[in-house]
Design a protein around this ligand. Structure first.
Ligand SMILES: Nc1nc2c(ncn2[C@@H]2O[C@H](COP(=O)(O)OP(=O)(O)OP(=O)(O)O)[C@@H](O)[C@H]2O)c(=O)[nH]1
Ligand SMILES: [Mg+2]
Length: 296
């Protein structure tokens, strides 16, 4: 292989919820382009993160975690997205997490065609205090399929991510960059505004409620370096509205100010954010509502 050959290609990150796909994407591109939370199924949209090096442009595509519980229409749409992401790219990173494989890991792998170029990524190796446990896990992974490579990494510490990039590069097609050298993502500020609010909802609300919320940007106006943003958090029942707002509005205020701070860092300017909460009954199971929200 000629060392000066330029390569450019797409790489999808697929896996069970919570394996660290979005964290790894952010680590690889060196910027937070995809939202992260300790809860499963944080990611709902396909987000691209672009890493440009002298001889390679990697176009990573994050996807929602593939899950086998909670069969509502929203989750079926998310699963479709997760598997579609895996079909369309030059390389698929099938992500699992230490210390063990679960059935849902295997269920997703079974959906990736045998003809696809798949690299198995075993994330969270920092959690394996006892290193002797890594080898049996890698062996169990290698018994599943003929992977192009199996790479243990830690998205948290960045361990082994250079090795992963090298393994990916070998399987990217030759060609010029598809995006400008300084472009980090395919999404616009409006998208990030909504997703950052969603991230705070996942981080600041209880176990169930985040799955019942969606964020819609009603207005996004730029005035010089200032952005004026109005957004609505949709919930699917009346009692949820009170919970999101919190006593005397305190919870909504925390969500808003945490999201605003992240937006100001990402956009590099001041943000005025107004947040509203409204009820759209049963939206996670309403196909028409889901289509309006972009899950068509
Ligand atoms: N210890 C450790 N934690 C990690 C690592 N990578 C991710 N995490 C944590 O795992 C949780 C899930 O991370 P995400 O990046 O949101 O996972 P995801 O696969 O994108 O999840 P979904 O979007 O819900 O499918 C978060 O709490 C992360 O901080 C890692 O390498 N080590
Ligand atoms: Mg994610």
């Amino acid at each position: 292989m000629n060392a000066s050959t330029h390569r450019c290609g797409t790489v999808s990150l697929v896996g069970r919820p919570n394996t660290g796909k979005s964290s790894l994407l952010n680590k690889l591109v060196g910027q937070k382009v995809s939202i992260v939370s300790p809860k499963a199924q944080t990611t709902r949209h396909l987000v691209k993160g672009i890493l440009t090096q002298a001889d390679t442009q990697y176009i990573f595509v994050d996807s929602p975690g593939y899950q086998t519980l909670h069969r509502n229409i929203l989750n079926r749409a998310l699963n479709r997205r997760a598997t579609e992401a895996a079909l369309d790219t030059d390389v698929v990173l099938w992500m699992v997490e230490a210390p063990r494989l679960l059935d849902a890991d295997l269920a997703l792998l079974a959906k990736i065609p045998a003809t696809q170029c798949v690299i198995a990524v075993v994330n969270k190796m920092d959690l394996l205090k006892d290193r002797t446990r890594l080898l049996p896990l890698l062996q169990a992974v290698s018994a599943l399929r003929n992977f192009q490579a199996i790479v243990p990494v830690s998205a948290r510490t960045g361990r082994n991510t250079d090795e992963l990039l090298r393994a990916i590069r070998d399987h990217l097609p030759e060609g010029p960059s598809a995006y400008a050298d300084d472009q980090l993502t395919d999404r616009d500020e409006r998208f990030f505004a909504a997703d950052l609010i969603r991230e705070k909802i996942f981080r600041l609300l209880g176990e169930e409620l985040p799955y019942r919320c969606e964020v819609v940007i009603d207005q996004f106006v730029e005035e010089g370096l200032l952005r004026r943003i109005e957004a609505t958090i949709w919930v699917d029942r009346d009692n949820q509205k009170a919970i999101v707002i919190g006593e005397r509005g305190t919870r909504l205020k925390s969500i808003g100010s945490a999201a605003r701070r992240d937006m100001e860092t990402l956009f590099g300017g001041k943000v005025f954010l107004s947040l509203w909460v409204k009820v759209k009954r049963g939206w996670t199971d309403d196909e028409r509502a889901l289509r309006t929200l972009g899950y068509g």
